[in-house]
Design a protein. Structure first.
Length: 461
């Protein structure tokens, strides 16, 4: 309790409780709008001469109180050439909470810094503020980090309390993209164990997340109208649930620049797909920028196919899916939802010569089947005596005992789509389509699209 203000740098007060006080501790003024810049002179120097100069991916700003703070940080970064440096706004004061919507609109990510926040607002309101900030960040498609005292007891103990375990799990249930340790790893006695414990808690908590409910909720509160890309990519999370997919394969070439590619990735992870999102890119900066986002596993390739035709001929997607199965990212026999950036922009009009607009590009969704035999669910008995086993080819195609086309057959590669289409229509392509080389599959693709276009012309006529 403050008794007397001696001068500009000293005050006299009474301690209200007994506690060991360390060095370089900060001072909180609950409810007071501190009239200080978000970055001091030394902070500006660090941001411009270190973060921007050396190409840091993120800067985290403490005690962001209003949108002007974010604008000031962005200006300092841009002036020093740090156009691609992303800003994480740490919400640690009551004014940050009350101005949260304006801050969220400008920042790249949010950190719910509960330690100082609990000093600025009543402790019983911290949980409510955390849930509010997490939910709004989910709807806006901005990543959110939950931090401070998550496993505080592991600073000195090898095991966390049950309440701390539940706290980490509840952050996952609420929709956080990342959880962060601070004192547990900065000066704790069990830093490595604290990280592995938190990872295990998060992994198990994700099993209890209702992905379909999350998708519906976020989509319900997303502003309308959406642009065409978000309208298409929003369905990736729904398709994962509907097909019980084991992986989302996202290919972002980076040709739109970092911001354009980040927006493309954001439209997918915003809706919280249940399966891991494998991001294939040739831009290392994009891979690093996506690191905090929910479920994203980036992988950098030296070169990506330039067109979808090249992708088909080179069997690029098949090779990527096979590698994902080998690395344990996708179970064998599971569906893979592929979201690919198109190289031909959508047209504004429908007439010949209509102008193409890059911002109107509509991504293309495909389905693949992970190679290998799918594991049987619990309760399935042994095959009957004398029955022939199902054989999975290199492309994961399978025929059921009834001779009908299975789901894997219908939604596999483009060649399999052509085969399924021809089999249904009685066309000759069924004999030509197969799980062989890329040339045969490409011919099947052409036959499929020619048939589709002919039907469209007939329908229009």
């Amino acid at each position: 309790m403050v008794k007397e203000i001696i001068d500009d740098k000293h005050l006299l007060g009474n301690c209200l409780n007994s506690k060991a006080l360390g060095q370089r501790k900060n001072c909180n003024l609950p409810g007071v709008l501190v009239d200080l810049p978000v970055l001091g002179p030394k902070d500006v120097e660090d941001v411009q001469k270190f973060a921007a100069a050396f190409g840091m991916d993120f800067v985290a700003a403490s005690f962001v109180q209003h949108a002007d703070d974010v604008r000031f940080i962005r200006k300092m970064l841009d002036e020093a050439g740090g156009l691609n440096v992303k800003i994480i706004s740490k919400i640690e004061s009551w004014h940050g909470v009350t101005n949260y919507d304006d801050i969220l609109a400008l920042t790249d990510g949010i950190m719910v810094a509960r330690g100082d926040l609990a000093m600025e607002v009543p402790s019983e309101k911290v949980a409510l503020a955390q849930k509010m900030m997490t939910t709004k960040a989910n709807i806006a498609g901005k990543f959110v980090v939950t931090a401070t005292q998550m496993l505080e007891s592991m600073t000195s103990n090898p095991l966390p309390t049950r309440a701390e375990m539940t706290d980490v799990a509840n952050a996952v249930f609420d929709g956080t993209d990342a959880v962060m340790l601070s004192g547990e790893t900065a000066n704790g006695s069990w830093p490595t164990l604290a990280v592995s414990t938190m990872a295990n808690i998060v992994t198990n908590a994700e099993v209890g997340v209702n992905s379909y409910q999350n998708f519906q909720y976020i989509r319900e509160f997303t502003d309308r109208p959406m642009d065409s890309r978000q309208a298409v990519l929003a369905n990736v999370a729904k398709n994962v649930v509907d097909t019980d997919a084991g992986l989302v394969l996202l290919m972002a070439s980076g040709r739109h620049g970092l911001e354009g590619s980040l927006e493309y990735v954001r439209y997918i992870v915003k809706y919280r797909p249940r399966a891991p999102v494998l991001l294939i890119t040739q831009d290392p900066a994009l891979a690093r920028a996506c690191a905090p986002w929910y479920g994203v596993i980036p992988k950098v390739y030296k070169q990506l196919p330039e067109t979808h035709k090249d992708m088909e001929l080179e069997l690029f997607l098949e090779d990527v899916v096979l590698a994902a199965v080998k690395e344990g990212l996708c179970p064998a026999g599971k569906q893979v939802v592929c979201a690919l950036q198109t190289h031909q922009p959508a047209l504004q009009g429908v007439g010949v010569g209509a102008a193409a607009t890059p911002e109107a590009e509509v991504p293309m969704l495909r389905f693949k089947v992970a190679p290998g035999a799918a594991a049987k669910p619990p309760g399935h008995g042994m095959p009957r005596s004398g029955s022939k086993p199902k054989i999975a080819g290199s492309m994961g195609t399978q025929h059921g005992s009834t001779g009908k086309l299975t789901a894997q057959k219908k939604v596999g590669s483009m060649g399999q789509l052509a085969q399924a289409f021809s089999a249904a229509s009685g066309g000759p392509a069924a004999a030509a389509a197969g799980g062989g080389g890329g040339v045969a599959r490409h011919k099947d693709s052409e036959a499929y699209w020619q048939k589709t276009l002919s039907l469209r012309k007939t329908s229009i006529a």
